[in-house]
Design a protein around this ligand. Structure first.
Ligand SMILES: Nc1ncnc2c1ncn2[C@@H]1O[C@H](COP(=O)(O)OP(=O)(O)OP(=O)(O)O)[C@@H](O)[C@H]1O
Ligand SMILES: [Mg+2]
Length: 291
């Protein structure tokens, strides 16, 4: 690829980002409400919440995996979700990210973006990043290349051919490397990292997109105690800058990061409060903690 093509790609990307100015049309007018939902970078959290689920239900072959689930998450909050196997935690994330369509209910990102009207890829691009349990980094690429690639993918493979990091993106990459404690390992092949480091790298790949909301499904499963403690520090450092929803079974980990804990059971909220409050709740003890 020629350098001028690379420059062209970088310019195109910069223009694309500039155009993301909230609520503005190309002629300078204001977009109507329905059009604003497609604007990258604009989520209305003036009412405090970044995510609202109301009376959401979904059935699989007659089995209600999610049953009138209502829940909201404040902007900047780190919310922990616990609950027994099969409670619907992963299914809830599938619904938020557009992977599964609910049979009924509403799901809003901020107060204006109706997520049920968007496809999975659009939802990711609007700023909802999701981490599945198994790390999905590119093992044969370096740490640096994985992070660099994370910037490119949402804009499509074609645009990534005409792409070079601009200075703002390079700065972001360096900051993400520090955040995930991999600055010393940037030229290492991702396949040689420990399980925990791979998980951090994947979180770093999400952070490269600067997501507003991060959904993390069992992020410390399989980690050593030390890796788990580092992940707790990492999540606490992300809180405020991002909103996080963390599903975990590891109660020590939950204890080290939690403010509000939501207990899901049979597809709806069984209890919610501080970890101490939900741990003392008889119903929670019966269905989950007391097993
Ligand atoms: N695509 C699907 N088709 C059929 N049933 C499904 C589907 N997805 C989830 N389920 C069922 O919905 C229920 C909720 O599953 P889910 O994976 O959301 O639970 P979970 O709370 O994430 O559990 P775990 O703690 O084990 O990860 C389970 O009974 C599961 O078998
Ligand atoms: Mg699950």
């Amino acid at each position: 690829m020629t350098p001028d093509l690379q420059e062209f790609g970088a310019r195109r990307l910069a223009q694309h980002m500039e155009r993301g100015a909230p609520g503005q049309t190309e002629s300078g007018g204001r977009n109507p409400g329905f059009a604003r939902i497609a604007q990258d970078g604009e989520v209305d959290t003036t009412h405090g919440a970044i995510l609202y689920l109301e009376d959401v239900s979904v059935s699989f072959d007659g089995f209600k995996a999610i049953n009138k689930l209502s829940l909201d998450i404040a902007a900047g909050e780190l919310r922990c979700i616990i609950g027994p196997n099969g409670a619907g935690k992963t299914t809830m994330m599938d619904i938020i990210t557009g992977k599964t369509r609910p049979d009924e209910g509403s799901v809003f990102f901020g107060s204006t973006i109706d997520l049920l009207r968007h496809r999975e890829a659009d939802i990711a691009q609007m700023g909802i990043g999701r981490k599945f349990q198994k790390p999905t980094v590119f093992e044969h690429l370096t740490v640096f290349e994985n992070l660099e690639l994370a910037l490119k993918t949402p804009r499509g493979v074609a645009s990534s051919m005409f792409f070079r990091l601009n200075s703002e993106q390079s700065d972001r990459l360096a900051e993400v490397l520090r955040t995930i404690h991999l600055s010393q390992d940037l030229m290492r092949q991702a396949g040689t990292l420990s399980h925990g480091q791979k998980q951090w790298l994947e979180i770093g790949m999400l952070l490269m997109q600067d997501p507003k909301l991060l959904l993390l499904d069992e992020p410390v499963a399989g980690m050593t105690d030390e890796e788990t403690a580092r992940t707790a520090e990492l999540f606490l450092s992300l809180k405020g800058k991002h909103s996080l929803m963390v599903v975990e079974h590891d109660m020590n980990f939950i204890k080290s990061i939690s403010d509000i804990v939501t207990v899901l059971c049979d597809g709806s909220v069984l209890a919610q409060g501080s970890l101490e409050q939900v741990q003392a709740d008889e119903r929670v003890i019966e269905v989950y903690l007391g097993r």
